[in-house]
Design a protein around this ligand. Structure first.
Ligand code: OAD
Length: 248
């Protein structure tokens, strides 16, 4: 593992353009539960019942009660962890250009990364389903469920539900970044959800080194990724950044 950390630092040191793709595992150490695996949200509830756009349209109050309100409570409190801070440090060192994230918690921006593509949208804002007004999630009054806009319309997260399209700009830019980068860190994603899981595949096909950071193997491991550093995101990023700082 130490050798792989040194290798990742050396690969980053040499790269012309580095990008990261992050998933729920990057935010676990900030207290936000993942979706799959041990302690994952989808162990407790069926995503088709609480995270599909059809479920929301049918019964917004149910989805707010079962999923969105709890998510608001957690995300409102969350702070960046060492993974987010490490990626921000890489950017400050000129060694990381873009973070593509499947997470909707805004923690990469809070840590200091300036080019963050929110592939599944953002939970920082709610939008009115009638007049499209956007309201900051932390300002939304949840004493009434579902919460409503001043116009009376129901508020929904400005994030992607299952069954919805990826925001066009995020998809387009992510493809561009995957094609242009020569190294991609793939951190804390099970790589089970498409099209996000295709981003490292595209990066690999267009010549990038793909490095996974994840305590568990994924469908990318041994197929698409050049190597996997099997460890928690925060510690691993700390070690990589420390090694890199010795090299530059
Ligand atoms: P998942 O919950 O599917 O996967 C979390 C990954 O994090 C797993 O591969 C874990 O092994 C890994 N992991 C666990 N602890 C970790 C740690 N300390 N450090 C690093 N990795 C760790 O999350 P995603 O792949 O992000 O979509 O899920 C993709 C999408 O599925 C989400 O964006 C969401 C969900 O349904 C939508 O809501 C549209």
């Amino acid at each position: 593992m130490d050798d792989l950390i040194k290798k990742a630092a050396a690969d980053l040191a040499q790269a012309n353009m580095a990008a990261a793709l992050t998933g729920a595992g990057a935010s676990i150490e900030s207290g936000i539960p993942p979706f799959r695996g041990k302690g994952g949200l989808w162990e407790k509830m069926d995503p088709m019942e609480v995270a599909h756009i059809d479920a929301f349209m049918q019964d917004p109050a149910k989805v707010w009660k079962l999923l969105v309100k709890g998510m608001k409570d957690v995300v409102d409190q969350a702070q960046p962890n060492d993974c987010h801070k490490g990626l921000a440090r890489l950017e400050a060192l000129g060694k990381l250009q873009t973070v593509i994230t499947q997470n909707i918690d805004g923690l990469h921006q809070m840590a200091g990364n300036t080019d963050v593509i929110e592939f599944h949208g953002t939970f920082a804002w709610q939008r009115c389903m009638d007049c499209n007004t956007h309201i900051e999630t932390r300002r939304v009054n949840v004493s009434e469920i579902p919460p409503r806009c001043h116009c009376g319309g129901i508020l929904r997260p400005n994030a992607v539900f299952f069954g919805e399209l990826i925001p066009h700009e995020a998809l387009w830019r992510s493809r561009q970044v995957a094609t242009d980068c020569d190294i991609m860190l793939v951190i804390g994603t099970s790589a089970m959800v498409h099209p996000a899981a295709m981003i490292p595949v595209l990066a690999k096909e267009t010549g990038a080194n793909v490095i996974e950071i994840n305590p568990e193997s994924t469908p990318l491991t041994g197929e698409i990724s050049d190597y996997i550093i099997k460890g928690p995101a925060g510690d691993t990023m700390n070690c990589i950044v420390a090694e890199l700082e010795k090299m530059i």
